[in-house]
Design a protein around this ligand. Sequence first.
Ligand SMILES: [Fe+2]
Length: 393
Amino acid sequence: MAGGERLNLVFENLYALKIETEFYIGAGIIFNKEFVVFDEAKNALLIIDHNVVNQEYVVRFVKELGEIYEDLTIIENTEIEPRTSTVDRMVTQCKESRLNAVFGVGGGSTLDTAKAIAILLTNPGIAENYQGMNKASRPGIPSIMIPTIAGSGAEITPSAVLINTEKKFKGGINGRFVAPTRALLDPGVTAKAPVSSTVYAAFDAFVHALESYTCKLASPIVKMFGTEALRILLRAIPRIADKPEDLLLREDLLLAAELAAIALMHSEPGPMASFGYQLAIRHGVPHGLANAIMIDKTMAIQIEKGADYRFLYELLPQKPSVEGQKEKSLAAYQYVSEIINNVNVPKNLFSYGFMPEHYEELASFVDYAKKGFPAAVTGFHREDLLKVLMSLS
Ligand SMILES: [Fe+2]
């Protein structure tokens, strides 16, 4: 999920747990008719990521869906960053279809496109009208999201982030009615995702869980979901390169991404997610990669500033025997840093055109940075971010 968004589930003195999307996890679940039909199987729309359209597992799914539904319209999504104009065009294409279901099969961008379409098919006007919070007045077409990589949690979040082509900004259609009806988390669908994208996406989930947990407003419910997500990720990420097609590992990553997204929906993002998000939208750095880079450098600075990561130390699969808050926090950091380095995260982002002359601008841009992230594990100011960025050179 994007950093910087607040979904009105963060409170000072009460706890909330609100998950609008029902989700099911299991190998082969997408082939079970019961899970791919709501009331009737007449007309469905499938928005599918063009990268997965020829994968055997997905091909079989699309074929079976075509046999279940009387009429299945298939639109391939080729955009890495979904645009309002594209969503409007796709909506026009199927406006007359009287759809019973909208399917999204793909990564976060494809799922965001499908979520936006589901809303725009029942709410009049164009996508731009709904960018903001709670702007839709009617529920969308029932939707089913099937992620092809585990990390963003887009399959359960009440948010569809789109680039506004006309006005040149990126903004979410957020809140009421945007959460998908159902998510089907099938490790068979994610098994062929490349290792590097898998690891980066897993770090997206890692940031969601870590910053949700360490947010000063985090409720015990957030901590529960965050803890379990982190416990799973600390074990699964280092193993995925050796066993990329292991369905149990893939299932673990899907579960962790969901738990992390639930934690984030009820908490607030910190500097890692917020700056990772800005790197993604302003400089085209893949969101997960931007997060991985931010974790490594940010944690080190936060520990210097007194951050307590003992809870993370307690979750490590192997704990070095050290005592004290700082020592345990550093041991947790070293473990995480080693995982990041083992997957060859680039040392800088020059290949994305993110150069030293952009550092000041990025550090100054983010609103949160001006406030110094008061709810994060430690304050994190402009100069802290500049330190992170300088270490990229
Ligand atoms: Fe994210």
